[in-house]
Design a protein around this ligand. Structure first.
Ligand SMILES: Nc1ncnc2c1ncn2[C@@H]1O[C@H](COP(=O)(O)OP(=O)(O)OP(=O)(O)O)[C@@H](O)[C@H]1O
Length: 282
């Protein structure tokens, strides 16, 4: 990390127990994320990913530990919580829990209007985001009557229009078909071009390996390991402990090298397309 640069997100000793459950959903989590990083959170169901996300934008208040966003500690006053919700936007796993207004246009306008942005500027921004995310064709339809993929696009626009510093996506491709999954992935790629720090929960190790700068592996409310995709994916036993297998492209690449079809490189391929290019070169 560069000297003097504040991490986009910093967690120190974060613990959280749901009232009455007795289970530590988060148990002493320490983590630093640099600005503009793409971070994949992985781990079994119930490992603590969603709880961590809910702590990050102040919905849950940790039992102990501290959270800093852009170098500023979250405080649990009215103003402190408003500040953190401006900085950290969450797109929930289930978009229905986020969408409740009469039309898509109203839905996307609601948050930004409530931030006190001047009306004309807000309207311009809503139009721009709708255009960018291909939402304009269904702008006047009720959000609850859209398909799952379209709802997901609206839920992302809802947050994006408010210009968060950190954007959290809880399994954004869950239950989407191939076309909508690709569309969501393209939108996510565009977010990072604007230096938004993106935190994403996913169960797709192939995507995480290809997309992320940093992978955080969680289990039972703790971080098993975090590091670059190469670091995390090199440890088969560790991945297994988190209920995962190594990315398919790595397994195939190593098998092909073992059989003498290709030579091992310093940088293994990230995707099937990169592996194909290696094979073509011989
Ligand atoms: N509202 C709740 N009340 C009580 N316990 C909860 C609640 N929500 C989650 N938990 C528990 O907290 C732990 C962490 O759950 P969490 O939802 O954060 O996991 P997750 O990694 O996001 O899982 P998934 O991959 O299924 O989304 C689990 O043991 C879960 O049962």
């Amino acid at each position: 990390m560069n000297q003097g640069k504040k991490p986009a997100v910093e967690l120190a000793g974060l613990s959280y127990t749901y009232e009455g459950s007795g289970i530590k959903a988060l148990d002493g989590v320490n983590l630093k994320i640099e600005k503009g990083n793409k971070v994949a959170f992985m781990g079994d169901n119930g490992s603590g990913k969603s709880t961590l996300f809910l702590c990050l934008n102040g919905i849950h208040r940790p039992d102990s530990g501290e959270i800093s966003i852009g170098g500023e500690k979250i405080t649990y006053t009215r103003k402190g919580l408003l500040d953190v919700r401006k900085k950290v936007g969450i797109v929930f796993q289930e978009p229905d829990s986020q969408l409740f207004l009469a039309s898509v246009y109203q839905e996307i306008s609601f948050g930004i209007m409530n931030l006190g942005v001047e009306e004309q500027t807000a309207r311009r921004e809503v139009e721009r985001v709708m255009e960018e995310l291909d939402i304009t064709p269904f702008r006047d339809r009720p959000a609850h009557a859209l398909s799952g993929g379209q709802k997901k696009q609206v839920a992302i626009a809802d947050i994006l229009v408010m210009h968060p510093e950190v954007m959290i996506l809880d399994e954004p491709a869950a239950a989407l078909d191939v076309t909508h999954t690709e569309k969501v992935h393209r939108i996510v790629e565009d977010l990072t071009k604007r230096r938004i720090t993106v935190l994403m929960a996913t169960h797709d190790i192939d995507y995480a390996y290809r997309w992320a700068d940093q992978i955080v592996l969680m289990k039972n409310g703790r971080i098993l390991k975090e590091g670059t995709p190469e670091e995390v994916c090199s440890d088969e036993a560790l991945l297994k402990a988190a209920g995962l297998v190594r990315p398919a492209v790595l397994r195939l690449y190593e098998k092909m090298a073992e059989k003498g079809f290709i030579e091992l490189r310093e940088k293994p391929p990230k995707s099937i397309e990169e592996l194909e290019a290696l094979i073509a070169r011989g």
